[in-house]
Design a protein around this ligand. Structure first.
Ligand SMILES: [Zn+2]
Length: 408
């Protein structure tokens, strides 16, 4: 068996082919072992120099050993290196039409996921492995778009998502030096599933907006948050950012009283994010009923209130989301503050935009929208694209006062 190994015979310095910004994406942490395979072979970055390491399709197993990183193929321990270490696919001699890729196997977390870019491995504070994918920001977006919006959406909507996701990522580049990565690959940041989820449409949307981000009115990068469905109005952020203010996505008069909000949430009117005959329509308006027994089982702070008797809105934000809600029970009352806390208090409501009615059986929540409500309404962007609006107009609508700029 010609096992692998043109080990470290030559020391060659390869020039990186990446020109643009690079992002570090956390793929997994606290690992006992990582297996890497590349169809093009791999090289190791140590001390600023790349050294060829393994041939095509050879498996490399990496484990933590007493605070350093051990890597080996076949059953022979080859080397121990200090943390961090970077493994990269060999870019030389790759067949035309294919990419240098690395397959990652972390059974059962990410079994045989395939990634562009390089793999940076650190020893974490617990002495285990942390795996970070260092990838060109543009290539990262190819996959993010598919996960965050879906590859089958209109091109102008995908382009809006490309610019929003690029700005969101760019706003985080280098911000968290101590944690050694820029973003998570989950909804904690933006969902990123690697190369296998890229589609022609998402690649096209990224390329047609290449390097474009949003700037605020002081020239800073817009923290371009986005969410699924606003249900009528996006929300105003408590952080005071001028580009995260409530916009009217439905053309209806903005309700002022609780009675008007109840009418609003129980009416299916027009709206950019109201797309009948699509799977999104169930998020534009929704109804969730709880019997008294169910609400007692669901309510997170029942130990403080006892059996729930009344639920009342204390404060509603400009876009309708409830930021303060009072729950009165047999034993006492609690006030829940914050949009996410309000949603989570009742088992994870789709949004904090709702009105409530009590009858002799229990409580019914009449809601609108899905998600936190800040920034771009993704289904609204899809609706606007279907009406023929261009991505620049969609972005300037959802991020008020922002301007397109180029990522340096
Ligand atoms: Zn909307």
């Amino acid at each position: 068996m010609r096992k692998i190994i043109f080990l470290i015979a030559l020391m060659l310095i390869f020039i990186s082919t990446t020109n643009g910004a690079t992002i570090r994406v956390l793929l997994a942490d606290n690992l006992e072992s990582v297996e890497l395979i590349s169809p093009s072979g791999m090289k190791l970055l140590e001390g600023g120099t790349y050294m060829p390491l393994v041939q095509q399709n050879a498996n490399l197993t990496i484990k933590p050993v007493l605070g350093s990183i051990s890597y080996y193929f076949s059953d022979v321990t080859v080397n121990n290196v200090s943390s961090p270490v970077t493994f990269a696919p060999l870019t030389e001699g790759v067949k035309a039409g294919s990419f240098p890729l690395i397959t990652v196997n972390i059974t059962p977390v990410k079994k045989y996921n395939v990634y562009r870019g390089e793999m940076e491995i650190h020893i974490n504070a617990s002495g285990k492995l942390m795996l970070v994918n260092k990838i060109d920001l543009e290539e990262y977006l190819y996959s993010v778009l598919a996960a965050e919006m879906g590859s089958g959406q209109p091109l102008e909507a995908l382009k809006s998502q490309a610019v929003a996701a690029r700005s969101y990522a760019a706003a985080r580049l280098g911000r968290y030096v101590r944690q050694k990565f820029d973003v998570y690959d989950t909804v904690m940041s933006q969902v990123y599933n690697g190369y296998l989820y890229e589609k022609d449409t998402t690649i096209r949307a990224v390329k047609e907006t290449g390097g474009e981000i949003l700037h605020d009115n002081k020239g800073g990068i817009v923290d371009a948050m986005f969410f699924s469905t606003c249900g009528g109005f996006t929300e105003t952020s408590a952080n005071g950012a001028h580009y995260l203010i409530s916009v009217n996505d439905c053309g209806q008069t903005r309700p002022k009283t609780e009675t008007e909000w109840h009418t609003f949430y129980t009416t299916k009117h027009e709206g950019n994010c109201h797309l009948p005959n699509t799977g999104f329509v169930a998020n534009f308006r929704w109804v969730k009923s709880f019997t008294f027994a169910e609400i007692d089982n669901t309510f997170k702070q029942k130990d403080k209130t006892g059996k729930v008797k009344e639920i009342t809105v204390v404060k509603r934000e400009p876009g309708g989301r409830i930021s303060s809600l009072k729950v009165v029970g047999e034993l006492g009352e609690v006030v829940i503050t914050g949009e996410l806390n309000v949603r989570n208090a009742f088992g994870g409501l789709k949004s904090a935009g709702f009105s409530l009615k009590k009858d002799d059986k229990g409580f019914t929540f009449y809601g609108g929208g899905y998600g936190h409500g800040l920034g771009m309404c993704q289904v609204g962007a899809i609706g606007q694209a279907k009406k023929g609006r261009a991505y620049k107009d969609i972005l300037s609508f959802y991020y008020q006062g922002s301007v397109l700029a180029s990522l340096k």
